[in-house]
Write a protein that binds this ligand. Structure first.
Ligand SMILES: [Fe+2]
Ligand SMILES: [Fe+2]
Length: 176
């Protein structure tokens, strides 16, 4: 597996989550209720898998190398847009956590309406984001990397995976 294939594989897992999310949004629309367990799982998936594990590789490893290259204006703009979308995802999850907490506190239906909007926006943003990376961005920017850099990036991704899982559970011990 090379660096690009690792990112595409992670996208497949993210698409599975997004498919489940779509079903959950429809359920929330019908029942006008949401389970705390679902919000907890979505939050953990976003923070741990999407943001730390996946965006970590993109932003801290792949994009850092690209920033040192003479990118075309188009590729530079595309990379900046992807970084902005990562930030938008973080903001949306923050709002989803706050809105659902408000709902659990006062059981206000306006919070459910807001939550449906936020979850729908999150779903749309991430589908479009991952599809753009899969079908266009990663394919095009691979040409900026030498074969040695591609090999190094792949090794760095594997090292990142090992470091990340160890850090996560070391932090968990500190919380006990
Ligand atoms: Fe991304
Ligand atoms: Fe991605």
């Amino acid at each position: 597996m090379d660096a690009n294939e690792i990112l595409l594989y992670e996208h497949k897992i993210i698409y599975s989550l997004l498919n489940k999310l779509k079903i959950k949004i429809e359920e929330i629309k019908k029942t006008r209720d949401v389970q705390g367990n679902f919000i907890d799982l979505l939050t953990d998936f976003f923070i741990t898998y999407i943001d730390v594990y996946h965006h970590g590789k993109e932003e801290n490893l792949m994009f850092e190398i690209l920033k040192q290259k003479h990118l075309t204006v188009h590729h530079k703009n595309s990379m900046n847009l992807l970084i902005e979308q990562h930030d938008l995802g973080r903001k949306l999850i923050e709002k989803i956590i706050i809105t659902s907490a408000n709902y659990f506190k006062i059981k206000d239906q306006d919070q459910i309406t807001k939550l449906i909007e936020l979850l729908t926006q999150f779903h749309k943003t991430y589908i479009e984001h991952a599809q753009f990376e899969d079908n266009i961005f990663f394919k095009e920017v691979t040409n900026y990397f030498t074969e040695e850099e591609k090999e190094q990036l792949t090794q760095d991704f594997f090292k990142f995976n090992i470091k990340m899982i160890n850090e996560k559970y070391k932090t968990l011990i500190d919380m006990l």
